[in-house]
Ligand binder design. Structure first.
Ligand SMILES: *Cc1c(COP(=O)(O)O)cnc(C)c1O
Length: 367
């Protein structure tokens, strides 16, 4: 028998979350962001549930190829565009839309031989200072692209650095609007946080929204809001089982480094899940978990293959009990990945991308 750990991908929840993106931006088209192998869910595992989106956006050309192999003929946008001149051949062959965020990408296009001109998304650096043309260089880049026979449609894109927080988007939105004021073309500005928090403004929804983390049941602004607040459902469950039970007395310790010392009698369950499965070692004592669908917490340090949970208040649970590390538990219980991430000093995005290859993945398909 394999180790009892597994990851479940919930297609009904993915489909629900995409509907939520649509409901927040009903007049916009929705890109489902599937970079990083669909945020660790697997493009192939997620595709049927996400194909109700209007397009997919990602970074890796091989992931674009995989989407075409699945039969997707609709839009695919490369969010970082091409990395070298050769990539344009694949863009032509697979009919990929691609971001243009620096001058060299325009040089490559100008030399590219193609029968069918490309659609590009010209990226403005409106303040994030990661990718994109500065406001002062933007118009010249647009003019250059517009003169190329290799390009037939130029869309306009930017990315918000603070859509999830108190700084908000007003400043970057104003920069975008000024830089693009009289330029034609479709526009795309919003990630999940902007879709959830700022999309009452039609200029924020614009023509295309880019739904990443919300599609995967993460709240971009946790802990200010959780997924229940945003009506999102967990799309990935990491679950395992209790392998062993230990009875502790006051003064006994648990795990490497004896970082946890019991101050009373306790019952501890040893769970087949560790950092080699992608569970964060930084998740300290007290990180939430579900056992048999009931809430408890981890105890002591996470080791490579195991961690411990407190069963003291759960006398009916023991060897073989189901442990939900995050996601959907039995009896309708939910443990949002954001809660576990926070206990580990990170964000849900990182945990869902980090489940390792040794964890078998199963898919709950659309009903
Ligand atoms: C990853 C990414 C997104 C999606 O962000 P979420 O916060 O996951 O919604 C949108 N746009 C760009 C350019 C991205 O790189």
């Amino acid at each position: 028998m394999p180790r009892p750990i597994e990851a479940l991908i919930h297609q009904p929840a993915l489909a629900h979350n995409i509907r939520r993106a649509r409901a927040c931006a009903p007049d916009a088209q929705v890109f489902a962001i599937v970079k990083a192998n669909a945020y660790g869910h697997g493009i192939e595992n997620s595709f049927e549930a996400l194909r109700s989106a209007d397009g997919f956006a990602l970074l890796d050309l091989d992931e674009a190829q995989r989407l075409r192999n699945l039969g997707w003929r609709g839009p695919i946008l490369l969010l970082e565009g091409c990395f070298e001149t050769r990539d344009l051949e694949l863009c032509s062959r697979l009919k990929l839309w691609h971001a243009v965020h620096h001058e060299q990408q325009i040089d490559w296009l100008a030399m590219h031989k193609t029968h069918e001109p490309h659609r590009v998304f010209l990226k403005l650096n409106s303040g994030m200072n990661r990718l994109g043309f500065t406001p002062s260089a933007f118009r010249a880049a647009w003019t250059r692209l517009n003169a190329l026979p290799q390009v037939d449609e130029i869309s306009l894109m930017t990315h918000f650095s603070d859509a999830d927080g108190p700084r908000g988007i007003a400043r970057q939105l104003a920069v975008f609007q000024e830089a693009t004021a009289d330029l034609p073309g479709e526009r795309s500005l919003s990630n999940s946080a902007a879709v959830l928090r700022h999309a009452a403004d039609a200029s924020v929804r614009a023509d295309w929204v880019r739904a990443g983390i919300m599609s995967y049941g993460g709240a971009p602004d946790y802990p200010e809001h959780d997924i229940a607040h945003w009506d999102l459902k967990p799309t990935m469950t990491l679950r395992s089982k209790v392998l062993a039970v230990q009875h502790l007395h006051a003064g006994d310790s648990v795990g490497y480094g004896s970082t946890f010392i019991a101050d009373r009698d306790m019952r501890i369950g040893t769970v087949a899940c560790g950092y080699a499965d992608g569970y964060p070692r930084h998740a300290g004592h007290g990180t939430p978990a579900l056992v048999g669908g009931q809430r408890t917490t981890t105890v002591g340090r996470v080791s490579m293959d195991m961690l411990a949970v407190d069963l003291t208040g759960l006398p009916q649970e023991g060897v073989g009990s189901e442990v939900t590390l995050w996601g959907q538990g039995p009896h309708g219980g939910v443990l949002p990945i954001d809660e576990v991430a926070r206990a580990a000093g990170t964000i849900g995005y990182e945990l869902m991308c980090a489940v390792t290859r040794r964890v078998p993945v199963h898919v709950e398909t659309l009903g």
